[in-house]
Design a protein around this ligand. Sequence first.
Ligand code: NAD
Length: 498
Amino acid sequence: MRKIDHFIGGASYASGERQGDVFDPNQGNVQAHVNLGTAADLARAMDNARAAQPAWAATNPQRRARVMFKFKELVEANMDALALLLSSEHGKVIADSKGDVQRGLEVIEFACGIPHALKGEHTQGAGPGIDVYSMRQPLGIVAGITPFNFPAMIPMWMFGVAIACGNAFILKPSERDPSVPVRLAELMKEAGLPDGILQVVHGDKEMVDAILDEDDIKAVSFVGSSDIAQYIYSRGTANGKRVQAFGGAKNHGIVMPDADLDQVVNDLAGAAFGSAGERCMALPVVVPVGEKTANGLREKLIPAIEALRVGVSTDADAHYGPVVTAVHRERIETYVQMCADEGGELVIDGRGFKLQGHEEGFFIGPTFFDHVKPNFRSYQEEIFGPVLQMVRADSFEDAVRLPSEHQYGNGVAIFTRNGHAAREFAARVNVGMVGINVPIPVPVAYHTFGGWKRSGFGDINQHGMEGVRFWTKTKTVTQRWPDGSVTGENAFVIPTMG
Ligand code: NAD
């Protein structure tokens, strides 16, 4: 059986006793075992990080950026192999795995410009002979804890910026699809990154807690489900760390009466069912405004959903593949039953779907509910599967209220031809990322990513300049080089520039 080991000090490192199963979602069998690490494994990584980080921080930013340029080339050269590996553990189709890698690479491209992003501020002549300047310095050793659903993109969001800023980074990826993160660390080494600057430790809660309790880890970035995000935020900040923790989502797509319904159906099919709905920026709730819009949309949606092709992740014609584990499929099916029991109209039921020749694979067919109500628990909670719920709204005001009052506030989209309605919606909706005729509004790498309410704990977003702020601390220097003409100041009074 294939073994997936930690990557510590620039080399593969196998610890010990505890192992986790990594499944092949297409076939349903265990395909590998992953080391589940302990505090002792983290301590080993910490020693390497402590030894390597000061020299990396002292390496000039342009040289650090060159490692990023080289890494980008290497990832591009290895794109096919990375996408295949990613699909084999996650289950998403190959084209989507390439998108996962590519969206991460876009943050690496941002990190290639780190010399510019790290430039501080300067004030010449803040007082007589006085100049003030600020600099951004790395925090030291930092960590990232990532979810299964983007095993390439989310690690790169974090380590790309953190490492370019001069930190040593310890990555604890999801134990469900841990191979790609290790491959990325190997490619960073090949790109010239010194050993100990990017290390991968595998594990579950035990390793996460060791990270949260390690004094020398100064910041933790987390992406995953909300209850765990809240836990990470509380324990990490109680231990004096800077923490950003992004959680779950239930994104709404508002369809105004003037929207182009054919375009909406095409966008919704991809955004609700792509990657089997296992995206934090998926659109699992559609909110048509008015009966006419709802009926027209339903009529077009049903054949589009029925036409979706579910297949193995290497099937180039498949729209989406299996979900990540059998346990996750069961959880999705429980929510489908719950929504039906709560009174939702189960228009298309994807439960029990079997793919010929892959009967044990973790597949689930597309599922569509109409007449879902805001008081349903199945609406209030995240399902994270290929399930679309339609909640009919009477008015624009209703449509603004639904996502605004939902416990999650990651993303939202509005489909309309009316610029005023779109503008009004974007300004008023209580959600962190908004799409206007864009179904999955994941901001580009040089902007920042972050949800609100239970989708995000902490104040600073991922990547872009917020990422640079998160992974650095600001030092401000006030210097005076008097020319000798100013004398007799009262040194006992707080200095002012008045
Ligand atoms: P998860 O919360 O189960 O796991 C995330 C990480 O936390 C993993 O590394 C895991 O090992 C660790 N973990 C799991 N249980 C833990 C525990 N009890 N204590 C400490 N650590 C623990 O999430 P997942 O199932 O891997 O990913 C899917 C979730 O992530 C969904 O809720 C999705 O919406 C969310 N997500 C959010 C974003 C975002 O940016 N907001 C992006 C992607 C995914």
